[in-house]
Design a protein around this ligand. Structure first.
Ligand code: MSP
Length: 513
């Protein structure tokens, strides 16, 4: 069987410039994409921008710009961010592209053909900020304004002619699907939220708007534009050339392995999206994973709250890999996580500069001085060397299976422990006291170098640029990073010159140090 992996990020609204929450979703998706690619999978990694709907139309009006020009500009800042974050995405989709419009209109026609769409009138609450319809019991009044209880964004009453999707018809099939596919929604706590929402009863969903024009027209009725969520969710298919279901590209990557999203948009991905797909007789994605929020001072980071940490400013100040490492380590995956510059600095100093960077420098400096500057060839492993080396082989399948459960916390803990053990091994073995026993000295150096190599492979999905830099010690190129080789204890080419590398992470001088 072909090893393929298709991962997606949410497509971002280009209503304002990107913030740390967006960066987080993308970095985490990149982590999985890179792990799978060094594990021999052919990876398709999609990200992009969600450009239609009233929210964008209003933002463009506010900026005094034509919506297309407005989207062109802000979408570019998201594309630039993908580069700045060193994402390995294989595509970047914009919902204003012709390839996407074609797919959305086709999907609409399929739903229509299967009698899942009808024309009626909508009246109810709508949040432009969330682009979501809310039931009466989902809103509350705050300071005289009606707002959504969950997102706190204000809602307005709308009444207009609208096409509806027969969502109610899919209530039972959805519940059956969740039951038969217990891993479809992750993590578990979020699954329960979704199931109880569906069990409460699904009403048919309004899927077109008539009072504005910034969207994809409904086929055969130009007075309506397609609801922006039906439009946006379909990006996952348009990027694979759907409706060409027989296309190799589509067959290779659909169903998606995982849609990675924030918990705020779980309902759209775990209820509406699978219902649309069931109705159109398209296979469902294998998993929807709803991660938590990045909080700043205990609150969700958002433009309206003015508590945004700008990813570009942080990268400018500390570099990209520290930010990637920090977000992956500090935010317990699946849960909300508070971030702060203070903690970021601690993380750089302890994990990256001390435990990893310093280990690389120490062992290479020692080898350059005591092993003729070469990777030692005359070695003889003892039990204490093999115990630490073999752990990687013994844990490889576990690492893989935890990754398949999106258990990033396991992965990062594994690395942190490995670094601790590696430093302890080097200190305890005291190679500097073994100058009379050159084979022992060589073996300790070789073992430590092997561990540095294995940990650098494991770190590649998190801090790719630094991992590549560290692997220059051994003349290993990016294309040679393969996770299955962490099982080998004799991977390093013996007798080749060890390359000296620049310091990997500079320690941050803290004011209270
Ligand atoms: N356009 C929709 C998604 C359509 S997907 C078919 C959307 N866009 S968004 O720009 O508002 O947010 C997209 C995603 O950014 C969120 O789902 C979440 O993944 C991420 N985040 C935005 N703010 C966030 C935090 N403060 N913390 C973590 N991630 C959050 O929703």
């Amino acid at each position: 069987m072909d090893k393929t992996f298709y991962i997606t990020t949410p497509i971002y609204y280009p209503s304002a410039k990107p913030h740390m929450g967006h960066a987080y979703s993308s970095i985490v998706a990149d982590f999985f994409a890179r792990f799978k690619s060094i594990d021999g999978y052919e990876v398709h990694f999609l990200t992009g921008t969600d450009e239609h709907g009233l929210k964008i139309q209003k933002s463009a009006e506010k900026a005094g710009k034509d919506p297309q020009i407005f989207c062109d500009q802000i979408s570019q800042t998201f594309r630039d961010l993908s580069n700045t974050l060193n994402l390995s995405n294989t595509d970047f989709i914009r919902t204003t592209e012709p390839r996407h419009k074609k797919t959305v209109q086709h999907l609409w026609k399929e739903l229509e053909k299967n009698d899942d769409i009808y024309l009626s009138n909508y009246s109810g609450w709508y949040s432009v900020s969330d682009e979501a319809f809310y039931n009466e019991d989902e809103i509350e009044e705050v300071d005289g304004n009606k707002v959504s209880i969950t997102s706190k964004s204000s809602v307005e009453w709308i009444e207009e002619e609208s096409y509806f999707f027969r969502l109610s018809k899919w209530e039972k099939p959805l519940l059956e699907y969740y039951d038969a596919n217990p891993d479809f929604i992750s993590p578990e706590s979020r699954k329960n939220e979704v199931i109880s929402f569906v069990k409460n009863g699904l009403k048919d969903l309004s899927i077109s708007r008539k009072s504005f024009s910034w969207g994809i027209p409904v086929p055969n009725n130009k007075n309506h534009v397609i609801y922006v969520w039906l439009d946006a969710l379909t990006n996952y298919l348009s990027a694979l050339n759907y409706p060409n279901k027989e296309d190799d590209f589509f067959k290779k990557f659909w169903p998606a392995s995982v849609h990675l999203i924030g918990k705020d948009i779980l309902r759209f991905h775990a209820v509406y999206w699978p219902a649309f797909l069931l109705a159109a007789k398209i296979d469902l994605p294998k998993r929807v994973y709803g991660h938590g929020w990045i909080l700043s001072g205990e609150e969700k980071m958002s433009k309206s709250k003015g508590n945004i940490l700008d990813p570009l400013e942080i990268i400018e100040q500390y570099g990209l890999d520290p930010l990637r490492y920090y977000l992956i380590k500090e935010v317990s995956f699946g849960k909300d996580g508070n971030i702060s510059q203070e903690r970021l600095e601690d993380c750089i100093n302890s994990d990256l500069a001390n435990n990893y960077g310093n280990l690389c420098q120490r062992v290479t400096a020692f080898a350059i001085k005591n092993c003729d500057g070469k990777i030692p060839s005359e070695i003889k492993f003892k039990d204490e060397d093999l115990i630490i080396l073999n752990k990687y082989k013994d844990n490889l399948d576990k690492i893989r299976s935890q990754i398949d459960k999106q258990n990033i916390n396991f992965y990062i803990d594994y690395i942190v422990n490995s670094l601790f053990e590696a430093n302890k091994y080097f200190n305890d073995q005291e190679p500097w006291k073994k100058k009379n026993d050159i084979i022992r000295l060589n073996t300790i150096v070789y073992t430590t170098l092997e561990i540095v190599r294995k940990i650098s492979f494991l770190l590649y999905p998190i801090i790719p640029e630094t991992s590549i830099k560290a692997l220059k010690i051994f003349d290993i190129d990016e294309k040679d990073i393969k996770i299955n080789t962490i099982s080998k204890n004799d991977y390093l080419t013996k007798d080749i010159n060890i390359k000296k590398i620049d310091i990997l992470f500079k320690k941050i001088e803290k004011k209270n140090d």
